[in-house]
Design a protein around this ligand. Structure first.
Ligand code: ZN
Length: 79
């Protein structure tokens, strides 16, 4: 393999928020989805972020326990 100038996962991560906000262009969306189809790591991250957003929406009225917040923060930190 040669010419691996950038990390596709890096780009994929940059697209995560706009992806979840549904503001990507068709081209970017296709790019993100084709990467997610082949990359377990990013697929898991996207799924987690989606769950996280859903959880945040449901939990507006309920404060998150500190240990759960810590767990989520750890999961969100790239290795
Ligand atoms: Zn990836």
């Amino acid at each position: 393999m040669s010419g691996f100038a950038f990390d596709p996962c890096d780009k994929c991560e940059q697209m995560m928020q706009p992806y979840l906000d549904r503001v990507l262009t068709d081209v970017e969306l296709a790019e993100a989805e084709s990467h997610l189809g082949g990359c377990d790591y990013c697929a898991r991250r996207y799924r987690f972020e989606e769950d996280f957003r859903r959880f945040v929406r449901q939990a507006v009225a309920v404060p998150m326990p500190p240990e759960l917040k810590e767990k989520l923060r750890a999961l969100r930190t790239p290795l």
